[in-house]
Design a protein around this ligand. Structure first.
Ligand SMILES: Nc1nc2c(ncn2[C@@H]2O[C@H](COP(=O)(O)OP(=O)(O)OP(=O)(O)O)[C@@H](O)[C@H]2O)c(=O)[nH]1
Ligand SMILES: [Mg+2]
Length: 372
């Protein structure tokens, strides 16, 4: 069956066709295995988590200005985070109900809940220590009073960051990087879909030339979303693709150029070198660009997501994180660990496979959906 025909099911596209992200990716991932590339270093072997649920049909309708309808918008976020909510909020509520007093056991158990939800050891210990100090200062003795402090401290974790995507330049160049399977290509499709609906002229660049299937996958998305794709053949130089894409973006007065990159090469060193090369070409061709370097990390990989991010951060400066698949994990506490331990703002979060399921990361909404 042609790749294009495999779309079905969940969400109507611009032309009324259905869009389903999973099926295309499965085929592409199978093709990838056939392609070989089996000698990458271990840190870059990412198994797609089988924690990912079969997602149900969703009922998101759009209003006239193309933004997802307000009704249900927050509910969808809450639903996307429901596993994490059950793992963090519900457990804290139970702890509060069973431990009336703020004794050592209470603080230890709170630490355990956070660590278990992948908030990260350091972040969890710091959070609890700060909450404990404040509780003491405010002379709180009853555990029921502690929830507000938890929300306050979690909010503080995000205070130093600007979570918005910088779209002020024209064209804005967004370079998207991350290991294989993290969700780069589908996140790019979701971004393109959204910006197009906001009446922006979007161009995509198929910078993952390592696999023919990667180019095909992005082509399918570009056609579905209705944006132009600049691509070369499999095995061609990604730098040349990027060069052409920037020329096209300038010539066509595009608002946004989003560049896909390989997540899988022969090894990590090659991958980092390639990202560096692509970045140099962007800088040379458009001073001030790239305006965003977004690192896509899969929330279901837990603490591994943090180590991957560190490696990318060393190789190239990263301006923001796209944290995908939060719907597929109970350990969405990773959002807090990313903020605290990487010092890179989370800018977008993936909470499902539908086209509207890539959201701006709003700390307030996130905390409300988690603890509200
Ligand atoms: N449930 C869920 N699945 C997601 C989300 N984001 C991406 N995915 C799925 O993750 C899988 C991999 O996504 P891709 O976009 O192909 O990943 P990639 O980083 O481009 O992978 P490579 O091209 O191999 O480097 C696909 O099945 C996507 O549908 C999300 O937020 N939630
Ligand atoms: Mg891809």
């Amino acid at each position: 069956m042609a790749l294009f025909d495999k779309f079905k099911g969940k969400k109507k596209g611009d032309n009324g066709e259905d869009i389903n992200v999973t099926e295309i990716s499965d085929e592409v991932l199978e093709n990838e295995e056939e392609d070989g590339a089996d000698n990458e270093e271990e840190a870059f072997e990412i198994e797609l988590s089988d924690e990912n649920p079969e997602l149900e049909d969703e009922d998101l309708t759009d209003d006239e200005d193309g933004k997802p309808a307000k009704k249900g918008f927050f509910e969808k976020l809450k639903k996307g985070l429901s596993k994490t909510r059950a793992n963090i909020n519900d457990k804290i509520v139970t702890l509060i109900k069973s431990n009336r007093k703020l004794d050592d056991d209470f603080w230890e158990e709170l630490e355990e809940i956070l660590i278990y939800a992948d908030v990260g050891v350091n972040t969890s210990l710091n959070l609890v220590s700060n909450i404990q100090k404040k509780a003491k200062k405010q002379k709180l003795y009853d555990s029921s009073e502690v929830m507000d402090l938890i929300k306050e401290e979690v909010t503080n974790l995000f205070n130093n960051y600007d979570n918005s995507i910088n779209l002020t330049s024209s064209p804005t160049i967004i370079l998207v990087v991350g290991v294989n399977g993290a969700g780069k290509t589908t996140s790019i499709a979701k971004m393109a879909h959204r910006y197009k609906k906001e009446n922006k002229k979007v161009i995509l660049a198929a910078g993952d030339t390592f696999r023919a299937a990667a180019i095909d996958q992005l082509q399918v998305w570009a056609s579905r979303v209705g944006v132009e794709l600049i691509k070369h053949q499999e095995g061609s130089d990604p730098g040349a693709v990027v060069f052409d894409a920037i020329s096209a973006a300038k010539a066509r007065k595009a608002d946004i150029l989003i560049i896909d990159t390989a997540g899988r090469l022969q090894n990590k060193t090659n991958l980092m070198k390639e990202i560096g090369k692509v970045r140099n070409i962007i800088e040379r061709e458009l001073p001030g660009a790239p305006h965003e370097v977004l690192l896509v990390v899969d929330a279901t990989t837990g603490q591994n997501a943090i180590s991957q991010a560190r490696i990318f951060k060393e190789a190239t400066s990263v301006s923001g994180i796209i944290l995908t698949k939060l719907d597929g994990t109970a350990k969405g506490g990773i959002v807090l660990a990313v903020a605290e331990e990487l010092e890179i703002p989370v800018k977008l979060i993936g909470i499902g496979e539908g086209m509207e399921d890539l959201r701006d990361f709003s700390p307030t909404d996130f905390i409300e959906a988690l603890f509200g």
